[in-house]
Design a protein around this ligand. Structure first.
Ligand code: FPP
Ligand code: MG
Length: 299
């Protein structure tokens, strides 16, 4: 059986323990993503009973965080499919998130104590990151530092903890893999924020250029704000439904100031930092490939 299928089977087994059919029905409705965290874990720790359990735990935590995030963001789609809050209700999305999340923690409590510590600690960071993300939409944020702290917590911390935990399972140098995971996570979120501007609705599975409308000043916008002449005009477009002319203005300014290209460069540089942490490890080729596949794509 293909390894990601094994992870899905393991998640199903973990949910069957609840003996509540609706939980399995909801699990069936979840659109599966790229399973980046699982790919990373098995590349580091190999395929075995413990590593598959770790993958399932991390994917369940990730899915739970998205179920809550879709309620917070009032999202109607997830990965191109209707979200659980849209298909059922906000209540169902939150409660199913709680089931996934608590089942994951019960299983985590049975694992190595250091793994349990790092994974559970990263969930606090996820929650802080989500709160920061929401709070940063209150007013135009022009601080790159705030943005970086927020994306570290919201996205990179669970990837960092996953890579570290996989290294613990495989008796490898956990600091090197933690650093790889952290920088991979930062680059991943930056690229996600760049794709919001460069891709169309069909490719994204959600409306394009939505971040700025939703109050999110992501890395390309931070660079743009720093460089654009008419800062007040840019600010006047913040959290506004934009017409064609306004969207075009933003895109043209992104090109003219090199804000977009430099944001792509920054994401790639952080990707290279990730590669640098594990370059002397024996399984580094595949980890380098994961990173390369992420940063060498069409923007
Ligand atoms: C998606 O961000 C959201 C996250 C990566 C983290 C969300 C975390 C929580 C809700 C807290 C943790 C909660 C539990 C139950 C474990 P986004 O909105 O920028 O991305 P999107 O476009 O994919 O929605
Ligand atoms: Mg969201």
């Amino acid at each position: 059986m293909e390894v990601l299928e094994k992870v899905k089977e393991q998640i199903k087994k973990f949910i069957e323990v609840c003996a509540y059919p609706k939980a399995l029905e909801l699990l069936d409705q979840l659109a599966t993503g790229k399973m980046l965290r699982s790919k990373l874990i098995v590349k580091i720790a190999g395929v075995n009973e413990e590593s598959i359990k770790l993958c399932a735990i991390v994917e369940m935590i990730h899915a739970a965080s998205l179920l809550h995030d879709d309620v917070i963001d009032e999202a109607v789609t997830r990965r191109g499919k209707p979200s659980i809050n849209a298909l059922y209700s906000d209540k169902t999305s939150i409660m199913f998130g709680d089931i996934l999340y608590s089942r994951a923690f019960t299983e985590l409590s049975q694992m190595d104590k250091n793994i349990a510590y790092h994974i559970s600690n990263s969930v606090t960071k996820l929650s802080i990151g989500e709160m920061m993300d929401v709070d940063l939409t209150d007013a135009f944020n022009s601080s790159y530092e705030n943005y970086l702290i927020m994306i570290y917590n919201k996205t990179a911390s669970l990837i960092e903890a996953s890579a570290r935990s996989a290294a613990i399972l495989a008796n490898l140098d956990e600091e090197k893999y933690a650093s790889y995971g952290k920088n991979l996570g930062l680059a991943f979120q930056m690229i996600d924020d760049i794709l919001d501007i460069t891709q169309d609705e069909k490719t994204l599975g959600k409306p394009a250029m939505l971040d700025f409308v939703e109050g999110k000043v992501t890395i390309p916008y931070l660079y743009l704000y720093d460089r654009v002449e008419d800062k007040e005009y840019l600010k006047s477009l913040y959290k506004k439904e934009l017409d064609e002319k306004e969207l075009t203005w933003i895109k043209v300014q992104m090109q003219n100031t090199n804000a977009l290209d430099d944001a792509i460069k920054e994401a790639k540089n952080i990707g290279l930092l990730a590669i640098d942490s594990i370059k002397d490890e024996k399984n580094s080729i595949e980890l380098v490939n994961i990173m390369k596949a992420m940063i060498e794509r069409d923007f």
